[in-house]
Design a binder for this molecule. Structure first.
Ligand SMILES: [Zn+2]
Length: 100
């Protein structure tokens, strides 16, 4: 269930939804409960990567993702925005907001 605290603007939502429609237009059923009740959470998730076991680095390299949540059981799937091909669009939008 989406947290109302996080909400994309219309441009960001269109970028993400267009990518999902292009790359994953018909997501299969949830592998846990078998239902097809995927919800797109309107926020970004960032998994930090560390090259040293037992340490956590905040910032730096990582996996920027969006999440699809199954409303039936809570299973959450993460889709990397690099693989979705939308990182350049999101960076361009962020840059335009800084300038304008
Ligand atoms: Zn499920």
């Amino acid at each position: 269930m989406p947290d109302e605290q996080y909400k994309w603007d219309d441009v960001t939502a269109k970028i993400v939804i267009d990518a999902l429609n292009a790359k994953a237009p018909n997501p299969g059923p949830c592998p846990i409960c078998g239902k097809r009740n995927w919800q797109l959470h309107p926020g970004f998730v960032f998994f930090s990567l560390s090259d040293t076991y037992g340490t956590t680095k905040f910032g730096g390299t990582g996996l920027p993702c969006i999440s699809l949540n199954c409303s039936g059981c809570g299973n959450t799937q993460f889709l990397n925005i690099l693989a979705l091909g939308i990182l350049p669009l999101l960076e361009k939008k962020a840059q335009e907001q800084k300038v304008g």
